[in-house]
Each structure stands twice: as C-alpha cells, then as structure tokens.
Design a protein around this ligand. Sequence first.
Ligand code: TRP
Length: 513
Amino acid sequence: MNDKKRAARGERTIMAVGKSAQDETWSGKAAFVLAAIGSAVGIGNLVRFPYVAGDSGGGAFVLIYLLAVFAIGLPVLMAELFIGRRGGGTPIAAIQRLAKADGASGSWTLMGWIGMFASFGIVTFYSVIAGWLLYYAYVMVGDIAGNIGANGIAGIASPAFAGEDADGITGRFGALLSSPGKMILFHGIFITISTFIVTRGVKGGIEKAATWLMPIFFFLLVALSVISLIIGDAGAALGFLFAPDFGKLAADIKDGSVLINAVGQAFFSLSLGSALMLTYGIYLGRDTSIPNAATTVAFADTGVALIAGLAVFPVVFAFGLEPAGGLGLIFGPLLLAFNQMPFGALFGLAFFIMAVFAALTSAISLFEVPAAWAKGDNTLDEATRGRRRVIGSVIIGILIFVIGVFHALSQVPTDAADTFFNSWEPFGSLPVIGERTLLDAIDGLTGNVLLPLGGFLVAVFAGYVVTQSASREELGFKSVSNYQRWRFLIRYVCPVVVGAILVYGIGIAPFLG
Ligand code: TRP
C-alpha cells in the first residue's frame, strides 16, 4: 500500500512525524478549502477591512495590504498548514513533535500558546460584533413584517426603514450600543450556535456549516456591491480604494501605524498567526496540495475584502460620510444603502443573514483552536477525545460568553450609562494597545501585536527549525523554483519585515512624538 492510500485511510505514514489514525480529517480537498475560506472570510473582510482602509487613508494602504497578503501572509499560511499536517494531534503537540524531530527546544510550543491565547481573545469580541449583525437581521425581519402589515404583500418591495431620514437610520447603531441588554442577548445566541457546531467536530460541524453557507454568501455579496456601485458614488469609491496617494503615504508611514495596520489586517483576514490554520492543517489529508489550497484561500479572501470595500464606500461617499468612521462605518452606511433600493428590506435581511453565516464559519474556526487543545493529543483514545471535545467546548463557550459581556458593556457610550467597562482602559496609556476600552484594546493586542508575533515565530520555525527536506516534502511544490521562492520569503522576507514592523511600530514610532 502506498502512502497516499494509507493517508486516505487516515493511517500513520512514514513521512509525517506525528499524524495518527486518531486525528479527525476533512472529507476531501474541496471541503478543506471551503472551511479554510470560511475561516478567512468573515467580519475581518466585511467590517474590519473597510474601516481599517478608511482609517489608514485608502489606496496606498490597500497597496501595502496586497503586498502583505501575498509576500508575507501566503508563505506563512503554507507554513502553518504544513506544520499542522506533519505534526498532528493538537496545535501544541504538533509543534512539540516537530521541534523534537528536528532537535529543537520544546519552548517552541510558546508559539502555540500565543496562538491559542490570540484565538480565544479574538473570538470573545468577534462574537459580540457578530451579535450586532444578527441584531440587524432581526431588525430587518421586523421592518419587512411592518411593511407587509401596512401594504399587504406588495410591502415586500419596500426599501428598508421607508420614511426615516438618514440621521435616524445611521443613528440606529448608536441606539444599539446604548442597549447592552440587546447586545448581550444576540452575542449569547451567536456563541451558543458556535458552541454547538464546535462540539460536533470537524466533519459533522465545521465542514457542513462551511459548504452550505459560503457559496450563498459569496453570491449575495457580489450582488450587493453591484447595487451599491450603481446607487452610490462609484467614482469616488474606486478612487479612494485604488488610486494610491503616495504623498500622503510618505507622510503617514513615519507614524508606523499604517504598516502595522496593513500587516495586522493581513494576518487577521487570512486567520494567521493564531495557530488556527495550523489546527486546520492537522485535519488535512496528504493528497491535498498545500501550495494550491493556500493560494486559492488567499485569493478568495482578498477578493471578498475588496468586494466588501466596493459595497461600502460608494454609499459612504454618496452620503458625504467620513471614510475614517471606525466600526460605525459599516454599521451606519450599509443601512442607508438598504434604504435606497427597492426590495431593500428583503435584501438587507438576506445580506445580514449571510454576514452572520460568514462570521459563524470564522468564529467556529477561532473556537476550534482551544477546542482542539481541550480535546487532547492523539495518544488518547478516540472516545476520550470525543468526550473531551464536548466538555471542553462547552466550558470555553461559557468563558467566551462572559468575557463577551464585558466587551459589550465596553461599547456603551459613556453619556448613555456608566457600565464601568466603558471607561476602563485595561492597558492604560501603553502604545498601540492602550487608551482604548476593552474591546478595542483586545482587538489591538491580538490583531496588531500577537498575530504578527505568532506569524513571525511560524516563519522562523518553518524556515530555520524544520529541516529543508522536511518542508520540501511536506509542501510538495511541483517546481523546485517555487519551493525556493517560498523558502526565501519564509526565511528572509517574513521574519525581517514583520520583525521590523513590530519593533518600529510598537517600540519606536509611538515615542517619536
Ligand atoms: N479571518 C477571519 C475574518 O476575517 C477572522 C478569523 C478567523 C481569525 N480565525 C482567525 C483571525 C484566526 C485571526 C486568527 O473575519
């Protein structure tokens, strides 16, 4: 029996260091690619990309972002996948086994712990923001019901919030933030669904969710951006996103935050640096080509981010809103877009349901990193691991819920109520992460510090610790020159660029004054 056949049956092969029959596997290449895209595409593309691009001035940022995705993100993505597949077991155990096989120190597992901490930290606020999307879907249902009640079935053709003025509509977001009860309720619903899916494991849960939800999501997103380009200011949006202003860039770059934001966003959007792709690599069969799958994921993820930008910015400019609008950017203008189109309420409902689905396939992936660890290494028997997955997921789900409540309270405007969390800045005035309330502080700590740090460590590990023959064999590039290109990027470009940006952005730029 050859290795391929063994692998297809999930048996130990001579190549892998620690992959075992106990490891769950995806049912095939397509299922894995959809699950990985499901993880990558989410709030990071729909909400975070437009607002980070807006805050960082548009075109020039987008250009740096694209460089960061393909020169840094893509090689790191391949590295995480092969480390997971070769090591097997849990994210921590996989790293430990590879380090041992190559005679390196066991402290490399620190990389896994940082990743686990980052994944957990992200999902605690991710679920709150997903709750906002869910709430918007619920509001649309109410709007449609009202229209049908008033005009009979013809009411279905009505735009969203018919008769309300623009201020009233964008003001709905502020009203949501002033109602912690609503935020907590919808966060609770979202995390309960996520927990349920994660307890069901890879094939029965994550994979099923992704194969159904992702294709519908993609179709609706494209439709929305076409409509937005038609009813909004397409010229201004295209100029903002794709015409780089290098003069402004040269001025901004001293600040360091543009670079940190671009690299941080690339890691966040591709789900890198948090051991997530490493974890999904554990479930990856040997017959899947890592370079091909990773490239597909990177293109799909970047495409969705750009299309999301095309859905948001035409409306932003048409209504004279500030592109640097923070989180409110997406939660205000999008509602206006649905107010401007026939069938807007119905379309809005479809869109928010899809956005919730995209967020769901990402949240379960973040959740899966600590869940895979709770499940235990592949030296345990299958029944024990199954039991540990369920119990561990429930405990982790409860923790996420509780911390998420604090995040929700941190978003309440201080003039609406004093929740303690809305004036508490956990990191004081530290650079990059300080002077922010809990949600933004954890977002900054994970996205701009821990993920790039995790990615830096993955690059050094894959480029210097793992032997060349091992990485070549596991990645299985068809051409030698492509392998050499990967190795050059992972050994020199990724660690040097990410390391320099971290040191400059965190250690130097904030003190330049
Ligand atoms: N990439 C997802 C998004 O863009 C979020 C996400 C899922 C993530 N898994 C991750 C981010 C792991 C960082 C690390 O919405």
